[in-house]
Design a protein around this ligand. Structure first.
Ligand code: PLP
Length: 370
C-alpha cells in the first residue's frame, strides 16, 4: 500500500524565483534588510495589512517571539501567561526572556486560550504578570477585543500566530491594527513556507522599529550597539523565495481550503460528528496547515494513530504532550487544565498537503473508522 505522509511541504520551485535571485546578483546585497527584503515587507504591509502599521522580517518565528516578548515585557514581573496547548516555542521564547511560563486552559470549542480563565490568572498574579502570549490555534482567527483591552490596561500582549499568515475574517487580516505584537512563521511546514523565516507585525510602528533594531545587534543608523541585540535578520535569498510565494499565495490558500472541504465531506458522509468526533470551531478564512479532529470522549488518539500506521498512513497528534506535560515545562505553575488534558488525549492531526487527491482523503477517513 502506498504510504500517505503527514505533510508534503511545497515551497515554490526555483523557476519562480530565478528572476529575484538575478536581482541579488545585480545588487550584490545579500542580507541586512536589502532591497528584496524591503520589497517583501512593503508588499506584505500593503497586500495583507492595508498599509497600516509596520512589519519587520525575522529569520524564524521563535526569534520574532523572543524579540517581541523582550521588548514588551513589564520589568520586574515574572510570568508569561499562555496556553499549554501550543508548540514548545511559545514557552521557550518566554524563558529566553527570563520569564516563567504560566499555563491557562483553552476553550473546548475554539481551542483558543479561555479568556475567562485568563482573567482569573490576571487577577491572581496581579503585578507579577510580565506578558500575555495567546496562540491562534492551528491558524484560526483570533478576535482581539479582549486582548486590546488587556493591552490598553497596561499588560502587554504578544500573539503567537505562527501558522496564521493569510488568515482573515470579514476582510481583515488576523492582527490587523493590533498595538501589541503578532508573530508569523514562514517555516517550510507552514502554509506560507519559504524554508526558514518569519514576520512581526504591529500597528505600533515604534515597537517594530525597536524589534528591528534588536534583530540587528542593537544598531540603529550607526554601528553602535544601544540595546540588547542579536542577529535574526532574513537573508535576501529567503526574501526572494518570499516574494515568489506572495505572487501565488492566494492560490495556495485556495488549494488548502479545497482539501479541508474534502475532509469535511468525508466526515459528513460517515456522520462522524454525530458519533462524538469533534472539530475546531473557527471563523473566517484559514490557510490550513493540516486537519485536526478529536476522537470521541473516552477513546485515545494513540490507538487511532496506530490504526492509521497499520494502513500506511502517517498521522501525528499536535499538541500531545501539551507543554505542561513536557519535561522542560512540567514544573511551572498553571491553573486547572481540564480541557487541555482531555483534548491532548483525543486530538489527531491528519495528512494534509496542497493538491491532495480526494481519494487520499477518503482513504484516510476510511482507515480511521475501520
Ligand atoms: C511553527 C511554530 C512556531 C515556530 O516557528 P519557527 O518559524 O519554526 O520558529 C512557534 N509557535 C507555533 C505555534 C508554531 O506552530
Amino acid at each position: 500500500m502506498e504510504v500517505i505522509p503527514f505533510l508534503k511541504p511545497n515551497v515554490v520551485k526555483k523557476e519562480s524565483y530565478l528572476q529575484y535571485l538575478s536581482k541579488i546578483d545585480e545588487n550584490k546585497i545579500y542580507t541586512n534588510y536589502g532591497p528584496l527584503n524591503s520589497q517583501f515587507e512593503e508588499r506584505i504591509l500593503e497586500e495583507y495589512f492595508k498599509g497600516k502599521g509596520k512589519v519587520t522580517t525575522v529569520n524564524n518565528a521563535t526569534m520574532g517571539l523572543i524579540l517581541s516578548i523582550n521588548e514588551l515585557k513589564r520589568p520586574q514581573a515574572k510570568y508569561a501567561i499562555m496556553p499549554s496547548f501550543t508548540f514548545s516555542a511559545t514557552p521557550l521564547s518566554a524563558m529566553w526572556c527570563g520569564l516563567e511560563p504560566y499555563f491557562v486552559d483553552i476553550d473546548k470549542e475554539t481551542w483558543l486560550m479561555d479568556e475567562e480563565k485568563l482573567g482569573e490568572a490576571l487577577k491572581l498574579l496581579g503585578d507579577q504578570v510580565a506578558i500575555v502570549v495567546p496562540y491562534a490555534t492551528f491558524g484560526s482567527y483570533l478576535n482581539l477585543t479582549f486582548y486590546n483591552y488587556i493591552q490598553e490596561s497596561g499588560i502587554p500582549v504578544v500573539i503567537d500566530a505562527a501558522p496564521c499568515f493569510g488568515t482573515t475574517f470579514e476582510n481583515n487580516h488576523i492582527g490587523e491594527n493590533f498595538y501589541g505584537s503578532i508573530v508569523f512563521s514562514f517555516h517550510a511546514t507552514k502554509s506560507f513556507g519559504i524554508g526558514e523565516g518569519g514576520l512581526v507585525y504591529s500597528r505600533n510602528t515604534d515597537l517594530i522599529q525597536s524589534i528591528r533594531k534588536a534583530s540587528n545587534f542593537g544598531y540603529y543608523g550607526t554601528r553602535e550597539s544601544t540595546s540588547l541585540g542579536i542577529n535574526s535578520k532574513l537573508s535576501e535569498y529567503h526574501a526572494a523565495i518570499g516574494l515568489a510565494t506572495l505572487d501565488i499565495y492566494q492560490e495556495k490558500i485556495q488549494k488548502r481550503q479545497q482539501v479541508f472541504e474534502y475532509y469535511l465531506e468525508e466526515i459528513n458522509n460517515y456522520g462522524l460528528l454525530e458519533k462524538g468526533w469533534e472539530i475546531q470551531k473557527t471563523v473566517g478564512s484559514i490557510p490550513y496547515q493540516f486537519f485536526s479532529i478529536l476522537c470521541p470522549k473516552g477513546e485515545k488518539n494513540r490507538e487511532y494513530i496506530e490504526k492509521l500506521e497499520q494502513n500506511s498512513i502517517n498521522a501525528v497528534s499536535y499538541y500531545n504532550p501539551s507543554c505542561h506535560q513536557q519535561q522542560q515545562f512540567k514544573n511551572y505553575l498553571h491553573l486547572e487544565l481540564t480541557v487541555t488534558n482531555d483534548i491532548s488525549k483525543r486530538i489527531l492531526s491528519l495528512p494534509f498537503w496542497e493538491n491532495m487527491d480526494k481519494n487520499v482523503v477518503k482513504r484516510v477517513i476510511k482507515a480511521l473508522i475501520s
